[in-house]
Design a protein around this ligand. Structure first.
Ligand code: ATP
Length: 431
């Protein structure tokens, strides 16, 4: 983990939030390469689950919602974690993260016996408008799901979708975690990619299996290996109150096997609750059977940052090359921040000019950048470290034979390719 955190900082992927002020726990800022990696992961999810399908409707709902929505969903009364405090050092912990010794929990710092847990609501409260009284209280959404349930009727009324169909959303969510930690694994400000997929009540099992398999397909497509993903069936007593079945997708993170994503069968709980609290009919009329009912819902949900961390952890490698250690991020080309780096061997115009032409032509098909500083060996190392799958070197030979050297990040093999063939050469490799 330390090596990944340090590479992310050094190479401009991810920085501690508000760092020059001493930071703000549970927040991180994305740098130029990190934001590209994150957006590529988001775009790949959106493409897989929304644009490549006929049954999915994207939405982008407001972060601030009418607080009644959070009463309906159960968040106001129940979105809490058990908090324990050390009476000596006053550090606070999530009770379920502290192991018991002989039936007692101790403070990890000073070994003091910890008191009884109390429930701590994790929603960030805020006030809407100029008055600060109980009537103006609202919350920063703790998950994106709510925005989809409250727009169910809007989408049904404007698109008349046939069941099964889903709403999908990518957006910020906020949780006042008791103990944010482990880099971007547990944050107070994060992003989620969630789907609320609606189906007829008697088809939930088939739908659940379909989404489970599609979710795996997508996880593999961003470079996560099968062996590192563990599907864990959550038992009766441990599931959220609304769920009749939940599978957690756990991943072998550098900090251990932990939750990456969840797949939950939420029944008709949410639509019924929102119907009740908003006094709006959220039932669905089935044109085929002429029946009216409240659809059931399956929710695949993943935190963007946990996806980013899983991708970084899977891609990070240190390899012995000769007497040097080579650090590589072996991202799959489709999500690599930069897919091709153009490296003119010298800063002389006679090489920069053809290099720029190649850059412009390849920018039509991918994310391409020019890198001109330092020796070619150092540039290869730098591109390996930021996960660029291909380097194109423009040398003095190029001026004679109109060919360039293409170097593959993973095999480190090099081959000469005619400039005129480059677009075609890369077209298939970058998708
Ligand atoms: P955990 O048990 O780790 O606290 P959770 O079960 O509360 O997570 P969900 O409510 O199911 O998480 O949220 C859906 C997804 O959002 C999680 O699978 C995870 O990827 C992500 N997520 C949840 N909490 C955080 C957080 N504090 N920081 C980063 N990502 C998070």
């Amino acid at each position: 983990m330390e090596a990944i955190v340090s590479l992310c900082k050094r190479r401009g992927f991810i920085f501690p939030g508000s760092e020059i002020y001493g930071g703000l726990a549970g927040t991180f800022d994305y740098g130029p390469l990190g934001v590209m990696l994150k957006k590529n992961i988001q775009n790949s999810w959106w493409k897989h689950f929304v644009t490549n399908r006929e049954d999915m409707y994207g939405i982008d709902a407001a972060i601030l919602m009418n607080p009644r929505a959070w009463e309906a969903s159960g968040h106001v009364s129940g979105f809490s974690d058990p908090l324990v405090e050390c009476n000596k050092c006053h550090r606070r912990y999530r009770a379920d993260h502290i192991e018991e010794k002989n039936g007692v929990k101790h403070c990890p710092e000073d070994n003091e016996v910890l008191g009884e847990p109390r429930q701590f609501n994790m929603m960030f409260k805020t006030n809407i408008g100029a008055t600060e009284d109980p009537t103006s209280i609202s919350y920063l959404r703790p998950e994106t799901a709510g925005g989809m349930f409250v727009n169910f009727k809007n989408v049904v009324d404007s698109f008349h979708p046939r069941l099964p169909f889903g709403l999908a959303q990518i957006g910020k969510a906020f949780r006042n975690e008791i103990a944010p930690r482990d880099f971007i694994f547990r944050l107070r400000e994060m992003e989620q990619m969630e789907i609320e997929y609606f189906c007829k009540p008697d088809t939930w099992e088939k739908t659940f299996e379909h989404l489970r398999s599609e979710f795996n397909v997508w996880l593999f497509s961003i470079g996560l290996s099968k062996e590192k993903i563990h599907e864990v069936e959550i038992g009766d007593g441990d599931r959220a109150h609304y769920s009749k079945r939940t599978i957690d997708f756990e991943f072998d993170f550098p900090i251990g096997q932990k939750e990456l994503a969840g797949l939950a069968y939420r029944t008709d709980f949410d639509l019924k609750q929102h119907s009740l609290f908003s006094k709006t009919d959220l039932s669905y009329f089935d044109e085929d059977t002429k029946e009216r009912f409240v659809p059931h819902c399956i929710e695949p949900s993943i935190g963007v940052e946990r996806a980013v961390l899983a991708v970084l952890a899977s891609a990070y490698k240190e390899e012995q090359v000769g007497d040097e250690i080579r650090t590589v991020l072996s991202f799959v080309p489709s999500i690599a921040p930069i897919q091709v780096a153009i490296l003119p061997l010298s800063k002389k115009e006679e090489l920069i000019n053809p290099a720029r032409k190649i850059l412009q032509s390849l920018q039509k098909i991918g994310r391409v950048q020019m890198d001109v500083t330092q020796s070619i060996g150092k540039r290869y190392r730098r591109q390996d470290e930021i996960g660029t799958p291909y380097c194109v070197t423009v040398d003095f030979e190029t001026l004679v034979d109109n060919e360039v050297t293409v170097r593959d990040r993973d095999t480190m093999k090099q081959e000469r390719v005619p400039i005129k063939d480059l677009e075609e050469y890369f077209a298939k490799k970058l998708v």
